[in-house]
Design a protein around this ligand. Structure first.
Ligand code: SF4
Ligand code: SF4
Length: 213
């Protein structure tokens, strides 16, 4: 296994994409006059899986900057989180467990939090490579607001994610030396990304130097 490390250029580009996502989110939130203020819920207990080595690596850049004792506490919580999710999934329930990075209601890796953490909330849309358009309605509170404000939810403004997700996919391919297709798709929660350690990959068989023709 070899660790996949983000180059300084990739780090800068991930940061830029995250900033653009936040800007797109804020624009829609402003148009809808929507905010998380006063929400009785906390999205940090929503069950999400994440799919890119790029985001995994970026998360680890932040995690490594935390004091060692805090890292250990987070890893303990991560193991408990994974157990609790497995139990819920075994009961055919969608897990609802607070993210191990949430400390007293706040994200302790805010600057390194993942894309979903930055985009969940307002309605969004994206076009898949096969041309199919996917629409995301936003969180339950935003959906209520949209219902009260618009005759039909399709009239509501949406954050456009296509370009940003394509950039992320391009970076993912760059990180894997243009061979992303040789590696399996990942589906990991934040807790799993932390417990597994920084992103690493098994070199595909066909890429190993000592493979005989
Ligand atoms: S995104 Fe929605 S559900 Fe989550 S905290 Fe904000 S208002 Fe509440
Ligand atoms: S990474 Fe931060 S913002 Fe995202 S779910 Fe965890 S605590 Fe919440």
């Amino acid at each position: 296994m070899k660790e996949v490390k983000l180059t300084p250029d990739l780090v800068g580009r991930v940061r830029q994409i995250y900033e653009e996502m936040e800007k797109a989110y804020d624009q829609v939130a402003t148009l809808l006059q929507f905010s998380c203020d006063g929400c009785p819920d906390n999205c940090c207990d929503s069950y999400f899986q994440h799919h890119t080595f790029v985001e995994w690596g970026y998360l680890w850049l932040g995690f490594r900057q935390l004091p060692e004792s805090q890292q250990e506490e987070i890893l303990k919580r991560s193991r408990l989180y994974i157990d609790a999710c497995e139990q819920a999934l075994a009961r055919n329930e969608r897990p609802q467990v607070v993210c191990p990075l949430n400390e007293k209601g706040r994200c302790c890796l805010y600057a390194h939090r993942l894309m979903v953490c930055r985009t969940h909330g307002v309605p969004a849309t994206m076009q898949r490579p096969d041309g199919q358009r996917l629409n995301f309605p936003g969180c339950f509170r935003c959906q209520e607001l949209v219902k009260q404000t618009f005759a039909h939810e399709s009239e509501a403004p949406r954050a456009e994610r296509t370009k940003l997700l394509r950039s992320l996919a391009m970076m993912e391919n760059e990180l894997m030396d243009g061979k992303r297709h040789l590696y399996p798709r990942i589906q990991l929660t934040i807790a799993q990304m932390l417990v597994k350690g920084p992103p690493s990959i098994a070199v595909p068989y066909c890429e190993r130097e000592n493979v005989a023709d």
